[in-house]
Design a protein. Sequence first.
Length: 171
Amino acid sequence: PRDARWPPAAIPTSAGPSVGPSAGPAARPAAREYPHIYHFDGKAEVEEYTRSVGVPSTFFLAGFYISNLPGQTFRFNNGKKFIKATILYRDETLGKRLLSTTEYMTGDQLVEGFKKVFPEAGKTASYYQLPEDVYFNILKGLGMPEFVAQELLENMLLLGTFGYFGGESLD
């Protein structure tokens, strides 16, 4: 049975509302095109399962953080404020997806924002999308096993093909 794959502690109970991870609507169709997106697909499965057993829940969809990119130049952690909102506004968020981002941005928009905040460092900043094989080899060069590099590559391809949160409205 399906729930046999879930450890008992991971199966939501009726003890109260829970806040769970999700990956949004893009993960399911994308899994057919990108079979190694375990991270996104697993989160989508958690949401589907939790809804199927009827546990009152709010689903947290983490945004894409600059710290997700190789190099770790910046570290930000603002997901906590979104989780706090599910607690403070329980009735308004119950059963909903909480998309933890404030706007969709292109690579060029991100660079323009960087230039405004860091004018000296941003003087020569530009956006360039790497070819898939180059990105894959950079990840492997950072010491990642091939299967991890493949998943990260497919995660990035998912975002480009289906959009983050599947293009779901941020309102």
